[in-house]
Design a protein around this ligand. Structure first.
Ligand SMILES: NC(=O)c1ccc[n+]([C@@H]2O[C@H](COP(=O)([O-])OP(=O)(O)OC[C@H]3O[C@@H](n4cnc5c(N)ncnc54)[C@H](O)[C@@H]3O)[C@@H](O)[C@H]2O)c1
Length: 447
C-alpha cells in the first residue's frame, strides 16, 4: 500500500520505518525543516533504541522517503492511506491543544483522489466527531486508531502491540487498516471513535494512577523497618497487579502521562463530572518533586542556601531524549533558587543544551567533577554510570554530610551501606540481605 504518515515525531517515525520494512511504500511527512533534513540524511530525529538501525535498513529497501508537502507528493502518486501522528501538546488549563491535528486534517481533506484517513494522535473523547464536522466527506473513510507505544520500546510496541483499537462510523476504513497492519495478531477492539478516544485516555490514566499509588505507598514506607522495594516486589508479584509502573520515584516524567491526565481532567470538568481519583493521581504527581527539597531540608537544614548540589541526570529515562516533562525541568530551577550552586551532569545531553534548559546551573562533563565539593547529590536518571559508580570514591569527593537523594530508587542500598554518606531514596529502602532467598528482582525502573 502507499502510505503517508503526517508528523515524524516519536510515533510517526517509528510507524514509518516499521511499515516500510513490512513492505508498504511509506512517505513520512514532516513540516519542521531541521527534523526533515535529518530524516532525509538518514538520521533518526529522536533517540529510541534500535531506531537508527531500523531507519537505515528501511531506507535501503527503497520503500521509505520523506517530504515536507503532503499534497504535492499525493499529486504525483496518490496515497491509499494517510496516518496522522502530529503532536497534541498541553494547551491552556491542561486542555489538549488540537491545532496540529486540525491543520493536518484540513490538508488531508483536500486530497484528490481521497485516501483513507487514520488519526493516531491522542485526542479527547468526541474530538473526531467535532473535527469531522468541517470535513463530512471524510466520515466514511475515517478511523481513529490510538497509539499505545512506550518510548524505550517503541519499535517492539508498534510491531507487537497488546491490542489494536479502531473507532469508526462506517466499516469502510476497517479492511484498509487490516491490510495495513496485516502482520498484527493481537486482539482488535472495533468501536466508535468516541469510545476509542476514551480507551486511550482511560489506559494512560490507569498507568498514571499506578505510579501515583506507588509514590503514595512510598510515603507510607518511611519508617526504618519498612522496605519499599520489598513492598512493591510483593505487591507486583500478584498477577492481577503486575510490576509495571509500580516503581516509586519523582513522578511520571514521560511526555504523555502528564498531558493526558490533565486533558482528561479538563474534559471531565467541562462536563461537570467529578473525578476524585484522577485529581488525586495528578496531585500526588505534582507534589512528588517537592520530596527532594523536603529531604534536603531535613538533612541539611539552614545550610541548604549555602550548599553546592549535584544533579546526576537530567533525562527522565536514559533511553529517551524526550525531556518535555522530565522532573528535572521542575526540580533544577527550584534547586537553583534555593542552593548556593547547582551542577548538572547527564552523559547524553550536550552541555550547551543543559545550559539552555537550566539557566543558573553549571553543566559538568563528568560524574566526579559534578559531585566534587557538593554536600548533596540528587539522582534523577538511572544511568548505568551512576548505578555502577564507585560510591566510596564519590563520597570522598563530596563535602559532608554527603547526602545522596535517589529520585529513581536505582542505587543499590547494599553497595552504599557503610560508606560515609547519607542515602535517602523515595520511601525507605533496606540493603538486600545476602542470606535472603532469591525471589523476583528489585522492581525495574518505571517506564
Ligand atoms: N511519544 C509517545 O510515546 C506517544 C505514545 C503514544 C501516543 N502518543 C501520541 O501521539 C501523538 C504524537 O506524539 P509524538 O510524541 O510523536 O509527537 P512529536 O511532537 O514528537 O511529533 C509530532 C511531529 O509532527 C510534526 N507536525 C505537526 N504538524 C504537522 C503537519 N501538518 N505536517 C507535517 N508534520 C507536522 C511536528 O513537527 C513534529 O515533528 C501525540 O498525540 C501523542 O500524545 C505519543
Amino acid at each position: 500500500m502507499r502510505v503517508a504518515i503526517v508528523g515524524q515525531g516519536y510515533v510517526g517515525v517509528t510507524g514509518a520505518v516499521v511499515l516500510a520494512r513490512q513492505g508498504h511504500h511509506v512517505t513520512g511527512i514532516e513540516r519542521e525543516p531541521a527534523r526533515l533534513a535529518a530524516l532525509e540524511a538518514g538520521r533518526a530525529p529522536v533517540s529510541e533504541p534500535g531506531l537508527q538501525e531500523e531507519l537505515t535498513l528501511a531506507r535501503e529497501t527503497g520503500r521509505l522517503a520523506f517530504a515536507a508537502d503532503l499534497a504535492h507528493t499525493h499529486l504525483r502518486q496518490p496515497f491509499d492511506v494517510v496516518l496522522i501522528t502530529v503532536g497534541t501538546p498541553p494547551g491552556e488549563a491542561g486542555a489538549a491543544d488540537l491545532s496540529q491535528v486540525v491543520a493536518a486534517l484540513t490538508e488531508v481533506a483536500a486530497l484528490l483522489p481521497p485516501p483513507t484517513v487514520v488519526l493516531k494522535s491522542t485526542v479527547p473523547p468526541g474530538s473526531s466527531a467535532r473535527l469531522l464536522q468541517a470535513h463530512p466527506q471524510l466520515r466514511d473513510r475515517y478511523a481513529y486508531n490510538p497509539e499505545f507505544l512506550n518510548q524505550g520500546s517503541a519499535l517492539d510496541d508498534w510491531t507487537s502491540p497488546s491490542r489494536t483499537v479502531v473507532g469508526l462510523w462506517s466499516p469502510g476504513a476497517l479492511p484498509v487498516l487490516r491490510r495495513l497492519y496485516g502482520e498484527l495478531t493481537c486482539p482488535w477492539v472495533v468501536t466508535t471513535p468516541d469510545t476509542a478516544e476514551m480507551i486511550k485516555y482511560a489506559g494512560n490514566t490507569f498507568l498514571a494512577m499506578k505510579i501515583s499509588f506507588a509514590n503514595e505507598v512510598a510515603r507510607l514506607c518511611a519508617a526504618p523497618d519498612l522496605d519499599i522495594d520489598k513492598v512493591m516486589q510483593g505487591v507486583g508479584l500478584d498477577p492481577r497487579i503486575g510490576h509495571a509502573f509500580l516503581q516509586p520515584g519523582l513522578g511520571f516524567g514521560d511526555s504523555c502521562l502528564p498531558k493526558d491526565t490533565a486533558a482528561l481532567a479538563h474534559w471531565a470538568a467541562g462536563r461537570g463530572v467529578e473525578t476524585p481519583l484522577l485529581d488525586a493521581t495528578i496531585a500526588v504527581n505534582r507534589a512528588q518533586p517537592g520530596l527532594v527539597r523536603d529531604v534536603l531540608r531535613e538533612e541539611l537544614g539552614e545550610q541548604l542556601a549555602d550548599c553546592e548540589i549535584a544533579v546526576l541526570g537530567a533525562r527522565y529515562e536514559p533511553w529517551s531524549d524526550d525531556m518535555r516533562a522530565a522532573p528535572s525541568r521542575v526540580l533544577v530551577p527550584r534547586l537553583v533558587a534555593e542552593a548556593r550552586g547547582v551542577r548538572v551532569w547527564d552523559p547524553a545531553v550536550e552541555p550547551e543544551r543543559l545550559r539552555r534548559l537550566f539557566p543558573g546551573a553549571r553543566p559538568c562533563a563528568d560524574l566526579s567533577a559534578a559531585v566534587q565539593g557538593a554536600r548533596a547529590a540528587v539522582v534523577l536518571t538511572e544511568w548505568p554510570e551512576t548505578i555502577e559508580a564507585d560510591w566510596s570514591l564519590l563520597a570522598a569527593r563530596m563535602a559532608p554530610p554527603a547526602v545522596v537523594v535517589d529520585g529513581k530508587n536505582c542505587l543499590l542500598p547494599e553497595r552504599l551501606a557503610g560508606l560515609p554518606l547519607t542515602y535517602r531514596g523515595v520511601g525507605n529502602r533496606l540493603p538486600d540481605r545476602a542470606d535472603a532467598p532469591a525471589g523476583a528482582p528489585r522492581p525495574a525502573p518505571s517506564a
